[in-house]
Design a binder for this molecule. Structure first.
Ligand SMILES: NC(=O)c1ccc[n+]([C@@H]2O[C@H](COP(=O)([O-])OP(=O)(O)OC[C@H]3O[C@@H](n4cnc5c(N)ncnc54)[C@H](OP(=O)(O)O)[C@@H]3O)[C@@H](O)[C@H]2O)c1
Length: 287
């Protein structure tokens, strides 16, 4: 019989595509936020008891860095309640139901420094709160509750479907077409994660469950300016320095200049080669 896989955050950019792919091989449950609010401990335990999933892909989270920063330090705030408390309930319920937990995390657990700019390995220490964004910190605290697999990803992208307009490579040309593209950083390194690669890693882990941290994104990186040139190809796009923006910002910790992930270990362990940023962009944008 096919395993039952529960996907939280299934109405989101990442969860929706993962659920779509997993449906080819598994019985997939995709409750809405309303049906399964992860901050409601009783509802979470009741859901696991009723549906008995074999695996949960936990992709539900709040992800707006600016909004999160306004709640910095507030453990009653929704970022702490959803990202940390919600994950704690999911992890406890999964344990009591003997369900394998795969948690979707982020490269924003790192904010690094010029002296130690990454790419960071799975065993590298996460950035402490005093130097990190509140979002990054809530995600790294959530990771600590996970007895299962933590998949750290960066700027997830896909070809089409739910919330695709929010992803980096669709949002950038859309802003450009409306004349609203902001100046692009030339001194930040970013990675893009082809969401189908996350699904590939998940399928490997479902077949042969492993515990620990896995980095799932491009083996290379790009600057936002070079990425915009690749997608749009207009030399008049303005350049900007993230260093100068951080110096003038009221919330400098919101910016992650150094958070690239080293994927060598995960690629080897799972036997997958993740798409390079160029391959991922071209897959996402070709018809
Ligand atoms: N997007 C990125 O750039 C990025 C980068 C790195 C890592 N990630 C990670 O990838 C994962 C998925 O993010 P995403 O991009 O798919 O975000 P998204 O599009 O904003 O989706 C978030 C999902 O979480 C659900 N959710 C929020 N609060 C909930 C609650 N209390 N109970 C149940 N569901 C709740 C949302 O449902 P409603 O919309 O119905 O409220 C939505 O389905 C997250 O763990 C995120 O940290 C994302």
């Amino acid at each position: 019989m096919a395993k039952t896989v529960l996907v939280s955050g299934g109405s989101g950019l990442v969860g929706s595509r993962i659920a779509e792919i997993l449906k080819n091989n598994y019985t997939v449950l995709v409750p809405s936020h309303k049906k399964l609010d992860i901050t409601d401990k009783r509802a979470v335990f009741a859901y696991f008891k009723k549906h008995k999933p074999d695996v949960i892909i936990h992709a539900a989270a709040l992800i707006d860095l600016n909004e999160a920063e306004r709640e910095r330090g507030d453990k009653e705030g929704k970022y702490w309640r959803v990202n940390v408390e919600g994950t704690k309930y999911i992890a406890k319920a999964a344990k009591s139901a003997r369900c394998y937990l795969i948690y979707i995390s982020t490269g924003s657990v790192f904010r690094g420094s010029t002296k130690d700019p990454g790419p960071y390995s799975e065993s590298h220490s996460v950035t402490p709160l005093r130097n990190n964004s509140w979002y990054g910190w809530t995600k790294s605290r959530a990771e600590q509750h996970v007895k299962g697999a933590v998949l750290r990803v960066a700027h997830p992208i896909k070809k089409s479907g739910i919330r695709v307009a929010n992803d980096y490579v669709h949002a950038t040309p859309a802003l450009y077409r409306r004349g609203k593209l902001y100046p692009m950083f030339t001194d930040q390194r970013i990675q893009l994660t082809w969401i189908d690669d996350i699904a590939k890693a998940i399928e490997k882990l479902i077949k042969k469950p492993k515990q620990g941290i896995f980095h799932v994104t491009n083996p290379d990186w790009v600057t936002p300016y070079d990425l915009a040139q690749h997608i749009i190809g207009d030399k008049s796009i303005q350049k900007r320095s993230i260093d100068s923006l951080m110096r003038s910002s009221d919330i400098p910790l919101r910016f992650h200049k150094h958070n690239t992930l080293d994927v060598k270990k995960t690629q080897k362990l799972l036997g997958i080669r993740f798409k390079t940023w160029r391959q991922a962009v071209d897959l996402a944008l070709t018809n």
